[in-house]
Design a protein. Sequence first.
Length: 135
Amino acid sequence: KYSITKKVEIADHYIWWFKNARNFSIYRLSKDKHIYFWAELITLEKERYWTCGFHTDSRANLMGIILSYKVFLRKIQKKIHLPVIGLINKRNIFMKKLNKDIGFREINKKDKKKFTTIKNYYKIKNTNNYIFFKL
């Protein structure tokens, strides 16, 4: 899950890699820069959602990241039209702005059921460091 920070043995990582249910996509940003997206269908409290994320080199072009993220989100929504949920670190100003500009809405702590369900799925202990979003 998102919050695991302990060292993982390489064999365990390969086992996870081949057993997980994520869909992966790679987009070329430039000649030598790529962005790696993943998406997974999950069920929380009998409701289905997409959850997704990406990884890229820190020197990647921001416009390329924004455009490819929008294309990727449209692609998974076209495949199966479901809400997308996710989380970001509150200190990540770029992702906070990007997700809000794309149309993600923050899931408020007052929505206890949804907030707790997502918190538990991602195994987040201290929610003060994160923002949960839904598109």
